[in-house]
Design a protein around this ligand. Sequence first.
Ligand code: FES
Length: 370
Amino acid sequence: MEFIGTINESELINGTSKLISINGKDIALFKIDNKITALGNSCLHKGGPLSKGKIGKKYDGYYVTCPWHGWEYNVSNGKAPPGYDEQQTVYDVKIKNGKILVSNQPIVFSANKKYDGSLKDLIKLQYETTPDSLNILGISTTNMNQNLERDSTSEMSLNKALSYAKQKYNASTVLLKLRDLEFRNCEGYYSINEQACTWPCSISEMDENDGMNEVYRKMILWADIVLISTPIRWGNASSLYFKMIERLNCVQNQTTLHDRVLVKNKVASFIITGGQDNIQHVAGNMMVFFTELGFSLPPFAFMGWSRGWNAEDMENNVLQFSKSRYVNRSVRDLVDNGIKLLRQVKGDPCKTVSSPQPKIMEAPSKLKTD
Ligand code: FES
């Protein structure tokens, strides 16, 4: 085995790490208690840079924590913490005349356990839609005390729409209430590095019971049509709606990073209700987001309910809503239009979709300049 000269020993401060490269391979050097070790730099999870990780004493030794999602490796032998089987690549190190020499071949090769968890259907994108399916997913984003349920105009409209779709079109329907799904907020891995925002979401991988996994499954794999209902809260969609769409960054990000559109031949429509106003603003926001994911929008893609700026008498809102002929008619129109568009889409489905959105290879730092 050959040893290659790298940096001077004095350049690596005790308790820190440094990135070097040997024959095009990135290697992280660590110096702990004045002993130098060398591990493969690329994390076995999604390639995060271990040389930028925090080093600390834990378990049975010193570990480096990957800055992307927190996988840990013992810096002296590359092993994952006790109880885990992953093994990072380890290189041999010698010191000669104050220089750090690193073997050109690993002395321990990496081993990564093949993922065998419950997210396989999402990883492999096992779509459940067929040319004939008519699967309609309703997502209610209103929040309420689960022990003290109240009448919600947005959720009642959604229920009306789903019942109509079932009765008239024999559609398969599923209603997800976000308030019943316990899910974590987006933790902004994208802000560390665009590649750290993964599909399925990194949080889903960390916690297979996270409630968003049900949304991913139903929205991306199962649904032909997605109907989303929201109340208006301070002029915007509900906080649960925003909590959900932040976690859908991992869907949109696939287009940006891998030119891979996960949502094809699917239709989205919206139900927006509020005691006062701002329906068009909320609709505009929702429509933009869902076309960014790849959904098609039918003509008149939303219905709204609002009694106007000075309608502070909320105790009359549900009563007026229940009596409204407009509501009953407009949710039916919403469903009819969505199904018409779906039929057109399914008549000539696209296998690939090109997205005019920015791609990572077009980012300023990736562009070659002459
Ligand atoms: S923990 Fe290292 S890339 Fe995810």
